[in-house]
Design a protein around this ligand. Structure first.
Ligand code: IFM
Length: 469
């Protein structure tokens, strides 16, 4: 273990009050899909559809967090986390996505947040991490404008019930994924391949965000985006245009909307739809002031406008179309960096770059890294997982965070993805992102070396905090 002084030199000493967290999401960990009145979500339906998930797996049980949350919070306390980012399952709280609220569903999140607060861990609540109630999908899903209003009602109900338990609420996790993997490529639920509806869906997800911010009047609230630096493979006109397009759809479409209340004109021009679905006042609603921007970061993209590379940087081996609506010709090239078990290139400098860009190009906003981590082929040896690659990944990205702070970025926290191994969407249980290993047969939790290391970094940083913090 490095000493405190060595960490300081290595860029691992953070300002007092920095948030040390880890993240999960409801469908990926909870299980208990048929308990206490929970309704059906699009992921329940999708996972039961042959060919959608590797190995035909589902998260009916997942890692049984619904029953084991006390054990899991004890693990968080052992790690010394100051915050835990989790999501609320919409169908657990409002089984049909509208109308009656299921008190038993809300009670689970009251118990969870009580447990967290009892251990001095700040709950960061995400309202939507992709588990849309199936009834709302049956009514048209995110391409249907009404879904945004249903989301605002749901947000208001959750906020009202949990506002004394939770300090920071965030709205939609990674709206790019919910829109373009859900409705264009079909890699994620509901598995539709309807490019025009993916764009309508993206707008309504953003509208849902804005309406929820307004509905949760007075809450500390954030919006969440997944960002990638995008570079052209060469200086050719085609490659430079490819980079503009992918950066536009992945980053600027969402950042501009959330932080400036407008869509970038060049991106609208790229997209093969009539934007008539944007109604007067929508953009102002979407741009409603937020208190914090949640940035999820995993990798960077190198792109070309010429054929020859992969059609997407990260598709699962299930049958999918391109998520890059209007830019399907763009190809994704290897950038020469090592890759994780997802095939994603590891480049920590991209995190500093993207955080600095947001700080430079947008109105001032406090930020946290709300997800960052890596899947690797973990091996259990004598009860231990020596996951050196994951440890190095987290260390490099923490250093990148420190570099961003040194460059003046108002970065206030870091959440590792993920606290525990869990259900990785179309990949099923094949990819392990956890700091904590989970045996999917016995549900035994084992701290990996990366978790022990992260705990030590947290301990050394937090020992300088005032005792009442
Ligand atoms: O597991 C996901 C998470 O649900 C959203 N962000 C990316 C993670 C890794 O793919």
């Amino acid at each position: 273990m490095t000493t405190y002084e060595e960490q300081t030199r290595a860029g691992l000493r953070f300002p007092t009050g920095f948030t040390w967290g880890a993240a999960t999401s409801a469908y990926q960990i909870e299980g208990a899909v048929a308990e206490d009145g929970r309704g059906t979500s699009i992921w329940d339906t999708f996972t039961k559809t042959p060919g959608r998930v590797v190995g035909g797996e589902n998260a009916d049980v997942a890692i049984d967090h619904y029953h084991r949350y006390r054990e899991d919070v004890a693990i968080m306390a052992e790690l010394g986390l100051s915050a835990y980012r989790f999501s609320v399952s919409w169908p657990r709280v409002q089984p049909d996505g509208s109308g009656a609220i299921n008190a038993k569903g809300l009670d689970f999140y009251k118990r969870l947040t009580d447990e967290l607060r009892g251990h001095g861990i700040d709950p960061w609540l995400t309202l939507y991490h992709w588990d849309l109630p199936q009834a709302l999908e049956d009514a048209g899903g995110w391409p249907n404008r009404d879904t945004a209003y249903r989301f605002a009602d749901y947000a208001a109900a959750v906020h009202e019930a949990l506002k004394d338990h939770v300090h920071t609420f965030s709205t939609v996790n990674e709206p790019w994924c919910a829109a373009f993997l859900g409705y264009a490529s079909g890699e994620h639920a509901p598995g539709r391949r309807e490019p025009g509806n993916a764009i309508r869906g993206a707008h309504h997800l953003l509208l849902a965000h804005g309406l929820a911010v307004q509905a949760m009047n007075a809450a500390r609230v954030g919006g969440c985006v997944n960002l990638y630096p995008v570079a052209p493979a060469t200086n050719s006109e085609a490659d430079v245009d490819a980079a503009r397009r992918i950066d536009g759809l992945q980053n600027r479409f969402f950042l501009d909307a959330l932080l400036t209340g407008a869509y970038p004109e060049d991106v609208i021009a790229d997209l093969p739809v009539d934007f008539g679905f944007v109604q007067p006042g929508d953009m102002k609603t979407i741009g409603s002031p937020i208190d914090v921007l949640l940035v999820n970061y995993y990798s960077r993209y190198l792109v070309s406008g010429a054929p020859g590379g992969r059609a997407s940087a990260s598709a699962a081996p299930t049958e999918t179309a391109s998520p890059w609506v209007g830019s399907e010709h763009v190809s994704f090239l290897p950038g020469g960096h090592p890759v994780t078990a997802m095939g994603w290139e590891v480049d920590a400098s991209g995190l500093t770059e993207i955080l600095a860009r947001v700080a430079r190009e947008y109105p001032p906003i406090p930020m946290v890294v709300s997800e960052n981590g890596a899947a690797y082929e973990d091996v259990l040896v004598d009860g231990r997982v020596h996951d050196t690659e994951r440890r190095d990944f987290v260390e490099a990205h923490l250093r990148a965070c420190r570099d961003a702070i040194d460059a003046g970025v108002p970065l206030e926290g870091y959440f590792a993805w993920s606290l525990m191994d869990n259900f990785e969407w179309a990949w099923g249980y094949d990819k392990r992102f956890g700091l904590v290993r989970v045996d999917y047969e016995t549900q035994e939790r084992v701290l990996k070396d990366s978790a022990r290391w992260y705990a030590e970094i947290i301990r050394q940083n937090r020992r300088h905090e005032p005792t009442d913090s």
